[in-house]
Design a protein around this ligand. Structure first.
Ligand SMILES: C[S@@+](CC[C@H](N)C(=O)[O-])C[C@H]1O[C@@H](n2cnc3c(N)ncnc32)[C@H](O)[C@@H]1O
Length: 328
């Protein structure tokens, strides 16, 4: 089947496993962000991926729960093949089938980086139990290369909130509170991922020009945001109706349209950042730090002062102080 090609994107109305085998070379993708079907039995609105039925409502194709393990292993093995060494993969999953995805991941060489909890609004209403309002995001990497993690892409390391807390640290905690988007009257896929969530993963884990893949395009949200951030996008969606509806939207997308709206991080350039430490630097660090503490400075202030004097950031200073203490 011919791909739909838009500026910076290539999309296939095909099963992702067969499609990736045909169209994507091994080690060719920088980042995968994907949200596989839920695999919840009994929802008759869903067409099953291995049956030849016409889709109903929104065209969403699900997987029978009994086949979810095998289904997960098949697509995750394919994702592993197409990722570049050092490439990252984020898999969004509910709780019901999380164990199948974890089990599949453990049968590959992919390595866990973080288990992220995404807390959203509009949880399903309940009256006799707690309201479920989170998803799991499994963040893994393919070993063998250097992983992209743009530490200061959103907040500089020295940026503080009004109470003095580090904005960079807060942004990188593994619980993300990001609301879903309310899109009345728009053709949409079930569980469309919010732009803010996708922007965050794409900013941290890729650079402009990188290739971002979504194995299960649904409403094409990953692809839209990737192109909006000047990345290239590729992906697969098996349901013909949702594919057709969304492809026309993709044709109207301007590469880079999201870039002007991004927050610009304030990054303090440290003159010696990343440079090797000399023995003289180490000696200065220890004696100056001890002197500042003796003079009554708090540990935090002493680190900030000696960091400025040495042209290095707080983490570098803390790491070296620890290494010096351990070596004593
Ligand atoms: C949870 S949705 C993805 C939602 C998407 N992340 C978004 O933001 O709109 C999963 C999608 O995978 C599609 N799908 C199911 N099986 C597939 C397969 N084998 N290959 C490709 N797409 C498939 C479904 O039709 C559905 O649209």
């Amino acid at each position: 089947m011919r791909p739909v090609i838009v500026p910076s994107g290539r999309f296939y109305n095909e099963d992702c496993v067969a499609g990736a085998k045909k169209h994507l070379a091994a080690d060719s993708v920088d980042l995968i962000i994907t949200d596989p079907p839920y695999g919840i039995n009994g929802d008759e609105l869903h067409q099953h991926y291995n049956r030849d039925e016409e889709f109903v409502v929104e065209g969403y194709v699900d997987v029978p729960a009994s086949e979810y393990g095998e289904f997960s292993l098949n697509w995750i093995r394919e994702a592993e093949r197409i990722l570049k060494p050092g490439g990252s993969i984020y898999i969004v999953s509910g709780y019901t089938n999380l164990y199948h995805i974890l089990h599949a991941l453990r049968q590959t060489e992919l390595e866990e980086i973080n288990h992220i909890i995404w807390k959203y609004n509009f949880g399903v209403y309940t009256s006799k139990k707690y309201v479920s309002s989170h998803y799991h995001i499994l963040y893994y990497q393919k070993p063998g290369g250097e992983r992209t993690f743009n530490l200061e892409s959103r907040f500089g390391l020295e940026e503080k909130d009004p109470e003095g807390g580090s904005l960079n640290y807060q942004d990188r905690e593994d619980v993300w509170i990001i609301n879903r988007e309310y899109k009345p009257g728009q053709v949409k896929n079930k569980n469309e991922l919010p732009t803010a969530l996708l922007v965050k993963m794409i900013q941290y884990s890729s650079n402009e020009g990188d290739l971002v893949c979504d194995m299960f395009l649904g409403g094409f949200s990953t692809a839209k945001v990737a192109i909006g951030l000047n990345r290239r996008a590729v992906g697969f969606e098996v349901a013909p109706r949702i594919f057709a509806a969304k492809v026309s939207e993709m044709e109207a997308i301007e590469p880079g349209f999201l870039l002007p709206g991004l927050r610009v991080p304030r990054i303090e350039k440290r003159a010696n950042r990343g440079k090797p430490w000399t023995d003289a630097d180490r000696e200065f660090l220890q004696s100056r730090f001890d002197q500042l503490i003796r003079a009554g400075k708090t540990k935090k202030d002493a680190i900030a002062i000696v960091g400025r004097e040495l042209g290095r950031g707080r983490w570098a200073i803390e790491r070296m102080l620890k290494a010096l203490a351990d070596s004593r």
